[in-house]
Each structure stands twice: as C-alpha cells, then as structure tokens.
Design a protein around this ligand. Structure first.
Ligand code: UDP
Ligand code: MG
Length: 314
C-alpha cells in the first residue's frame, strides 16, 4: 500500500482539491493507497474539511496536531502514522505535481528505496529570496556532503527508510537533508514547481531565516569552527602588532597608542561576544534536545488509530 502524507496548515481551500486530485489519480492507476492529512494546528476550518473528506472516502485519513508545530514536525507526525509499504510526502498546495507520484511509485516497484523529487526550477521568487536560498543550500550541502540545491520535501520513502527516520532520536530534524543522509538505493525524478493554486505561502522572510539557521545548526557544527579560524586570524594579527609595538618601544619611536588600544579592545570584545553567541546557540540546542519533549502532539484522529511505534526495528 502507498501512503500519501500531506501536511496542511491553514489550507481550507486546498484540502478538497488535493484529496480529489490524488485519489482519482491513484484509483485510475489501480494503486492501493491511503491519503493522510496532517493538520498542523490550523486556525481555519482545515480540520473540518479533512473530516468531511474522510466521511466520503475512508481511505482519506487525518490527524490533527494540538498546535502549529511547523512543517517538519507535521511531516514526522504523518510518517509515524502512515501504514503503507512506501510513503510519499507532498505539499497540500499542489505545487508538487501529483502526477509524479505515479512515476515515483513505479520506480519504487522497480526496487528503489528512496525517490527524490528534484526541482527543475524554483517557481516564482524574488531575487533576494533566490540569493538567500542559494547561500543556505551551499552551506547545508557542504555540511551534508551532498548537493541539496534542487532537493525538496517531495519524496517517496520505502518503509525501511521511514522506520530509520522515525527511530532517529533527534528532535531538530531537517527532513530534506536527513532523508538524503540516510542513504539507501536512491533515484531522482525531476519536476517543475507550479504556482500555488489557492491560499498563500506560510513563510515570511523572518521564518525562512529562522528555518535556515535552525537547519544549518542541526546539521553541522561548522559555525563553531569559524570561531577557531577567527581566533587563529586574530592571533596572527596581534602577533604582528606586538612585534611592531615592541620594536618601536625599543628603538624609542613608540607613539601614543590610545586609538590602537580602543580599536583592539572593541574588536576583540565583539569577536568574543559573537563567538559566545554561537556557542550559546548550540548549548540552547542541546538543552532543547535533552528535555526530550515530543516533536508534536496529536489531538484528534480521523479514520485512523494510534500506532504503536516499533522502536529500533528497521
Ligand atoms: N505547512 C505546515 N506547517 C507550517 C507551514 C506549512 O504543515 O507551519 C505546510 C503547508 O500547508 C503546505 C506545505 O507545508 O502544504 C508547504 O508550505 P508552503 O506552500 O506555505 O511553503 P512554500 O511552498 O511556499 O515553500
Ligand atoms: Mg507551497
């Protein structure tokens, strides 16, 4: 069976369209399926619409999170609830073309364990956004040792891969990179990002910035190494300065050095504070992880039962 996981946050206009499109498509191809909507604590009537669709077709299921936990958490909630032998993750706004699910499913039947949707273009975006995305992907691709610049959350995962992801203890998981990081027999399917059919994007510049920082730090400790590099550079500069200062002192040419002292004080002060900030950020992350709070809390279910997790069974 194929499970299609669809995270939805304030998508009341899209639930019906998404459910119709995906179910007709899969029925036409005679693929056994379930569609699992994850309502990520929407403020509108998304959950009512999901329940309504569930009444009409029992293959359409839903879980409702107790508040907005963010897309990553919603995805994991969906993966944990999905019962299929393979799981496709797709956006509710139909920016990911549903027809590609069939192509992915056929590849899975041919033995691939992960089928990644690769963006051929990035859809309509502002220049600033594209630039920021480029920087973000460059850092994260280096950290994960793989090219993620065309990666997206549109993916098919085999049951094996899903179990591996679910058994990862980390809470700050970056689904897109993590599902490449775990390996397995992988192939790609290219697609064009479409325009959103209704509603609007849930990402503001601020939330994207936060998303980028969270994911970079959850995947790499490189920012901490930057501190070491900064330290080495400062050490070299100050060694040079010390030698010049001593030489000038010995030869009796020392000048009043108040300006230099102020500049050096301020410079070292700021570098130390920035470094502390970076280290502090990582400590905060450790604190968050160590608290061991759940990634999401499910408040309601439609057409599905709570699943017992098989820990460490891959
Ligand atoms: N989404 C979610 N929780 C959130 C934000 C978004 O479940 O906190 C879902 C949203 O409903 C959609 C998908 O994630 O199905 C992608 O969101 P969106 O289209 O806003 O992002 P974009 O396509 O602009 O990157
Ligand atoms: Mg979208």
């Amino acid at each position: 069976m194929l499970s299609v996981v669809i995270p939805a946050y304030n998508e009341e206009q899209m639930i019906r369209k998404a459910a119709d499109r995906v179910s007709t498509l899969l029925e036409k191809e005679k693929i056994e399926y379930e569609i699992l909507f994850v309502d990520d604590g929407s403020d509108d009537r998304t959950w009512q619409y999901i329940c309504y669709e569930g009444e009409k077709n029992e293959k359409i299921k839903g879980i409702c999170l107790s508040r907005n936990f963010g897309k990553e958490s919603a995805l994991f909630a969906g993966l944990a609830q999905a019962g299929g032998d393979c799981v496709v993750v797709i956006d509710c706004d139909l920016q990911h073309p549903p027809e590609k699910i069939i192509e992915m499913y056929r590849l899975w039947e041919n033995g691939y364990e992960i089928v990644e949707g690769m963006k051929r273009n990035r859809g309509k975006e502002s220049g600033m956004h594209t630039f920021a995305a480029k920087c973000f992907y460059r850092i994260i691709s280096q950290a994960a040792h793989m090219d993620l610049s065309h990666a997206s959350d549109f993916k098919l995962l085999d049951r094996k891969a899903v179990n591996v992801l679910l058994n990862m203890p980390e809470k700050n998981a970056f689904f897109r990179a993590l599902s490449s990081w775990i390996g397995f027999k992988t192939t790609q399917v290219e697609y064009d990002v479409r325009e959103r059919e209704a509603g609007e994007t849930k990402w503001s510049t601020k939330s994207l910035f936060r998303y980028a920082i969270t994911n970079v730090t959850s995947f790499t400790a490189a920012p901490m190494q930057i501190i070491t590099i900064l330290g080495i550079i400062m050490f070299m500069v100050t060694t040079g300065l010390t030698i010049t200062a001593l030489y000038q002192k010995i030869t009796g040419k020392a000048q009043g050095g108040f300006t230099t002292v102020i500049i050096l004080q301020c410079f070292t002060g700021s570098v130390i504070m920035i470094s502390l900030g970076i280290v502090g950020y990582y400590i905060a992350k450790i604190y968050d992880e160590i608290k061991g709070r759940p990634r999401y809390i499910v408040s309601e279910r439609k057409n599905c039962e709570e699943k017992k997790q098989n820990k460490f069974r891959v």
